[in-house]
Design a protein around this ligand. Structure first.
Ligand code: FES
Length: 80
């Protein structure tokens, strides 16, 4: 289920461990990094990945960044 994602950042985002919130036992809470590419809080997951759950194998999709609605672009044809 490939999708087209537009990135405009040109550098990394640093996660400073000293700023992580702690759980009730004093350990840092887990951080979820977006792997689908459509999070509004990229690089952090904001649950936008739920919009991808109905993607079909072998089809390329483009997502509207504001609405998270998907447009099918047809069969995925990876570059040779
Ligand atoms: S994995 Fe991308 S929003 Fe959750």
């Amino acid at each position: 289920m490939p999708r087209v994602v537009r990135f405009e950042q040109t550098g990394p985002i640093k996660i400073d461990p000293a700023t992580l919130p702690l759980d009730e036992s004093g350990r840092p809470k887990p951080i979820f990094i977006c792997a689908c590419g459509i999070s509004s809080r990229f690089p952090f997951c904001d649950a936008s990945h739920k919009a991808c759950r109905d993607e079909l194998p072998g089809v390329l999709y483009r997502y509207d960044p504001a609405t998270k609605s998907a447009e099918s672009l047809g069969p995925d044809t990876p570059p040779a």
